[in-house]
Design a protein around this ligand. Structure first.
Ligand code: MLT
Length: 203
């Protein structure tokens, strides 16, 4: 595997023209976690899957938190910048177009922050169980970038009101947001897979 600034896995695309996908795992996951999900929902796409650099009791994450749902925003801003740098390196190393992020939980939160702080890094995003990453949303211009936000109606970590606020922040910044609320909790469900696959087929 090419040496880049994040430990990662890369699987080349097999169907020309399919958008590359940046896979961002949840707390305690790693670079192998979401490869099966990526293959299932975006068949033929190149998959780029970094491992979060922050350790919480030995569990990889993409940025520090002070408590569940309470983020260290200075670290989050710094880490979103690092991730944007990694995507630029990987695009040059592997010859990729700007990727669509597919993030779960902590990975969805860094994807949302990266969209808002470094809009040029991503061509769009699927955010599974994301919440508002930054108390003060940065001024971003998301130019109709497509975003699918998949929330759980009974998610004990992400209150509904918070997910709705994120959808509003992203659409206010110009993204083309589709927000679906599923009758599930925080974990990944079959409905996430079905809806993400449908969404990717339209890209
Ligand atoms: C986070 O810390 O990003 C959220 O609380 C989601 C999680 O990782 O559990």
């Amino acid at each position: 595997m090419t040496e880049l600034s994040f430990l990662h896995r890369f699987e080349p695309g097999t169907v020309p023209g399919r958008p590359p996908v940046l896979l961002l795992h949840g707390t305690g996951g790693d670079e192998t976690d979401l490869l099966p999900l990526g293959r299932a929902v975006a068949p033929g796409s190149a998959l780029l899957s970094p491992r979060g650099k922050v350790l919480e009791h030995g569990m990889p994450r993409f940025f520090r938190r002070l408590a569940e749902g309470v983020f260290d925003e200075a670290d989050l801003r710094h880490r979103a910048g690092e991730l944007a740098g990694f995507v630029a390196e990987a695009r040059a190393a592997y010859g990729l177009a700007a990727p669509i992020a597919l993030g779960f939980s902590n990975g969805a939160n860094i994807a949302a922050a990266t969209l808002l702080l470094h809009p040029a890094t991503l061509a769009g995003a699927v955010l599974i169980r994301a919440m508002v990453p930054l108390a003060e949303p940065p001024e971003a211009s998301l130019d109709d970038k497509p975003v699918l936000l998949l929330s759980g109606a009974v998610d004990p970590i992400v209150p509904q009101e918070n997910a709705v606020r994120l959808a509003v922040q992203l659409s206010d910044a110009g993204a083309a947001v589709e927000h679906r609320v599923l009758p599930v909790g925080h974990g990944l469900s079959r409905a996430d897979l079905t809806l993400a696959a449908q969404w990717f087929r339209q890209r």
